[in-house]
Design a protein around this ligand. Structure first.
Ligand code: SF4
Length: 500
């Protein structure tokens, strides 16, 4: 498809809008100055132009798809506030409306192509807008559906308590365990299978412990307060209990855990969960675990290459409940291959019946590096995934859950979203802090990304090497060197008095 941009270059946002309607098409962009002749174009096209005259900008869209066409126009005064941005937004609106008419598709998130709709709501609230005004704006200006507006507004409300209790100079510690028992077909993480990388684990764990000690030393004396700990990956419970114990003990002896609000260990794969591991987690201060079946349909589990059974999930969940964690999270995915609406409903209803404190519903997102992307006959379902997430919102609200975090990714089934739900005041604090960029996250381990936050516009990132072997080999020159840089940056932030 050809996109012609005349008198403007708002390619980034326009392309994001085009992708809402044609997620797998590629676009050939042509840029022309106002008055330059239009080249001969065959096939589907959209022409978006800006002409400025007599103190006004005339913004036009002409779209021709499948042999049918729509023309739309808008005028803006050049002295209107934030003129460039207003022109960009207006052209996006025109492109959206033209394509919506021609394709009959109405994306539920409307023109909102960014990944964090709740951030936008927070911004509008901070600017003094009330719920009704925000609702109006999202509906009329951004074309967001009523259902998604409700979801986003509720999410913004639920996370408020967590955000207002954010400690001064607090930080979260992320611990990366990039190992899994086997690789799931939709996965794009760099996690290594335990089977093939077993020999690396002892050295990896040792280096990880060293990084934890060095990090604690580097930031000691800065007055930082540990707020949450999060073990992710990979599958942290793919480690043996003794290894898990060693790492958790190292954390306890290196940092002051007395003020933490949450300590999560992902126990994602049910086939890695044992009573002994859960006991180890609990004994070392863990108070939240995540056990993730993704579906309760055995045929779907098989299709996504997740090598565990539905029964193993039920057993792992029962063990986690018995261990007495403050919160157990369960993840499901909408839009998986071989899943259908009825089967998804049965999975969700089955999970709700277990009454976990947290349920996270993801819309399938498939990246290039996943096996699924290269599987024959794989198509990222659209309409059905939208029905699944719509059902999950209705069912979860009805069951007394409240959404507390929400984000979107590229290439998500049906252009939907991921939502974390909680009940009984069990908001997953790390998830909120992380998603909203409101707290520094110090990450240790392969693939860890340390993020220092000094206000929304002042975020710096320090990356550890991605792969375990690389992490071990480049430990001093890269891992420790970057930790020193991050600690220096944190010290500056504290001195500036900006530490959140
Ligand atoms: S368990 Fe999670 S991280 Fe591991 S391969 Fe499966 S999806 Fe990827």
């Amino acid at each position: 498809m050809t996109a012609v941009m005349i008198g403007q270059n708002f390619k980034y946002e326009i392309e994001a809008v085009l992708k809402l309607f044609f997620p797998i098409r590629s676009f050939n962009f042509i840029f022309l100055r106002d008055g330059e002749p239009l080249p001969e174009i065959s096939g589907d096209r959209i022409v978006l132009s800006r002409r400025i005259y007599s103190g006004c900008a005339e913004l036009c869209s002409y779209a021709e798809i499948f042999g049918e066409s729509v023309s739309l126009k808008n005028m803006l005064r050049v002295d209107s506030p934030d003129f460039e941005h207003s022109c960009e937004f207006s052209l996006c609106e025109l492109a959206f409306d033209s394509l919506s008419r021609l394709t009959g598709i109405t994306p539920a998130w409307g023109i909102l192509t960014g990944v964090r709709p709740v951030k936008l709501i927070n911004k509008l609230k901070a600017a003094g807008l009330g719920d009704r005004e925000i609702e109006e704006r999202l509906k009329k200006k951004c074309r967001v559906s009523d259902e998604k507006i409700k979801l986003a507004l509720e999410t913004a409300k639920t996370r408020e308590g967590t955000v207002s209790a954010l400690p001064k100079n607090g930080f979260s510690l992320y611990v990366s365990i990039p190992f899994c028992p086997s690789r799931c077909a939709y996965c794009s993480f760099v996690s290594q299978t335990v089977e093939s990388f077993k020999r690396l684990i002892p050295e990896y764990a040792e280096k990880l412990c060293e990084e934890i000690s060095v990090t604690a030393e580097l930031i000691s004396g800065l007055g930082l307060r540990l707020d949450t700990v999060y073990f992710g990956g990979g599958t942290p419970t793919s480690l043996e209990p003794q290894t898990l114990d060693m790492i958790m003990k190292k954390i306890a002896s290196s940092f002051d855990l007395s003020g933490i609000r949450e300590y999560t260990v992902e126990a994602g794969r049910p086939d890695t969960v044992t009573e002994e591991k859960l006991y180890t987690i609990k004994q070392n201060g863990g108070n939240r675990v995540s056990v993730n079946p993704q579906t309760l349909n055995p045929a779907v589990l098989e299709a996504i290459g997740r090598k565990h059974t539905v029964e193993q999930f039920y057993e792992a969940f029962a063990l986690a409940k018995k261990a007495g964690f403050s919160a157990v999270n369960v993840d499901l995915i909408a839009g998986l291959p071989r899943d259908g609406l009825e089967s998804f409903k049965a999975s969700l209803d089955g999970v709700i019946a277990l009454s976990p404190e947290n349920i996270t519903v993801h819309a399938l997102s498939v990246k290039r590096s996943s096996d699924l992307m290269h599987a024959e006959n794989f198509k990222l379902g659209s309409a059905e995934a939208a029905e699944m997430t719509a059902y999950s919102s209705r069912a979860l609200f009805k069951a007394g859950y409240r959404p507390y975090y929400l984000y979107r990714q590229k290439n998500q089934a049906g252009n939907q979203e991921n939502v974390g739900w909680e009940k009984g005041g069990t908001v997953g604090i790390y998830n909120v802090n992380m998603m909203e960029d409101i707290q520094t996250v110090i990450a240790v381990g392969a693939g860890g990304s340390t993020k220092t936050v000094a206000g929304e516009a002042k975020i710096d990132r320090f990356y550890n090497p991605k792969y375990p072997l690389e992490y071990i080999k480049k430990f001093d020159e890269t891992v420790i060197a970057r930790k020193k840089e991050a600690a220096k940056r944190l010290s500056e932030i504290i001195k500036e008095g900006d530490g959140k």
